[in-house]
Design a protein around this ligand. Structure first.
Ligand code: PLP
Length: 421
């Protein structure tokens, strides 16, 4: 087939697939119109065979890179043996995942779930029950404090304490017992705590809010306030954890140790939904058989995948790579002189470019140039490439980001795109 005729056919296929999705699927997302068919490492390929550098990495679920061969091997080998036993019976993978999580993080216990939101729910349940049976708060009266602009998932209880109106509207009534304080303001937390407070839930760096790094010393002060008041500190490291910020967990930058850590996303390297809650025996020990559970949580396929995904993070020094490449990228972007950019911030390979206008047209233009990233909260471009990305690929992407952001307006991208084509 002639090249142009072939690309015409592939374009029609992409349009048809987009049409099916729009017609038969719920419209709870607004994706960029790139139809991905396969991926490898930091690169993804659309149905027309065009390649793109992935600067989102599925919101940090693919820190290890797409289709990592070691995780793929573990998944295939386990899938040929046994995939799901339910927790009615024991399996030979779960104990090994527990042991390896303990060795890696030094938390005494873990509780495996599937999605991030489920792990957050699990942590909230553990904190409430701990509040009642260990702290001695009267039954049904525990209080949990959360931060403004939080993102912890989409269940009814979690959106119930969101400060984003769209997340809440139409979904009430919501569970009671939650209240919000400004993120970054330790004094506000101190004032909010009552004898009924059992926990403070916080992202060490707020991801969906736009990679918001709190003021220096905030987490240390929060940890001290929680300790003084016998309140559990719950860190949601679902997006910030497992290497993303240049350390295994973002809280480590502050030299603190939370009581509960919630992980997900990169725990599977993108192969499978896997999440977990890590904590002490005193906290996770509050659960008795029947208190909590999940049909798929802790299944042998998930555990084999998570074990391989964790090994990759350690063996390929992904936290260290993130620290080095992140510092380089942040310096480069902060030196960029662009009328469109208000500020650049981040930690590790997790960088927010705050624009003076809507970020969407710039993300669309970047897609045309072969770089995939996604706006968050309208004016922020979030950069979160897989942590295994090479320095050369990173530069390739940053070159394009700088050229798109250097343009006076979105319309001029037409010129740029044709110049690159
Ligand atoms: C993605 C995310 C969640 C929710 O995870 P899901 O797997 O989408 O349920 C919770 N907290 C944070 C910080 C996240 O980034």
């Amino acid at each position: 087939m002639e090249l142009s005729a072939r690309s015409e056919v592939l374009f029609v296929i992409a349009s048809q697939l987009i049409g099916l999705e729009e017609r038969y699927g719920a419209h709870n997302y607004h994706p960029l119109d790139v139809v991905i068919e396969r991926a490898s490492g930091a690169w993804v390929y659309d149905v027309a065979g065009r390649q793109y550098l992935d600067f989102l990495a599925a919101y940090s679920a693919v820190n290890q890179g797409h289709c990592h061969p070691a995780i793929y091997k573990a998944m295939c080998e386990q899938a040929q043996k046994v995939t799901l036993t339910s927790r009615a019976f024991r399996n030979d993978q779960l104990p090994l995942l527990y042991k390896e999580l303990n060795e890696l993080t030094s938390f005494e216990m873990a509780l495996p779930m599937n999605s991030g939101a489920e792990a957050v729910e699990t942590a909230l349940k553990a904190a409430r029950k701990w509040g009642e049976i260990v702290k001695g708060i009267p039954a049904g009266q525990t209080e949990i404090v959360v931060a403004e602009n939080n993102f912890h998932g989409r269940t009814i209880s979690i959106v119930g304490f969101s400060s984003d109106a769209q997340y809440r509207e139409g979904f009430g009534p919501f569970p009671a017992g939650f209240s919000r304080v400004p993120f970054g303001d330790a004094q506000a937390l101190r004032e909010r705590i009552t004898p009924h407070t059992c926990a403070f839930l916080v992202e060490p760096i707020q991801g969906e809010a736009g990679i918001v790094v709190p003021p220096e010393g905030y987490l240390r002060e929060v940890a001290a306030i929680c300790r003084e008041n016998n309140v559990l500190l719950l860190c949601d490291e679902i997006q910030s954890g497992l290497g993303r910020t240049g350390k295994l967990f973002a809280y480590m930058h502050d030299g603190i140790r939370p009581d509960v850590v919630i992980i997900g996303k990169a725990l599977s390297g993108g192969f499978y939904p896997i999440s977990a809650v890590l904590a002490s025996k005193e906290i996770l020990g509050v659960f008795s058989p029947g208190d909590h559970g999940s049909t798929f949580g802790g299944n042998p396929l998930a555990c084999a995948v998570a074990r391989a995904a964790l090994r990759v993070i350690v063996e390929e020094s992904l936290s260290e790579r993130s620290a080095d490449l992140g510092e380089y990228a942040l310096n480069r972007l902060q030196q960029m002189d662009s009328p469109n950019v208000a500020s650049v911030r981040g930690r590790g390979l997790w960088i927010a470019i705050e624009l003076n206008s809507s970020a969407r047209p710039f993300c669309e233009a970047l897609k045309e140039l072969g770089v995939l990233c996604k706006e968050t909260h309208d004016t922020v471009i979030r950069l979160a490439p897989p942590l295994m990305i090479s320095r050369e690929d990173l530069d390739w992407g940053l070159d394009r980001i700088e050229s798109v952001l250097g343009l006076a307006n979105g319309a001029a991208t037409e010129t740029l795109v044709s110049a690159h084509a």
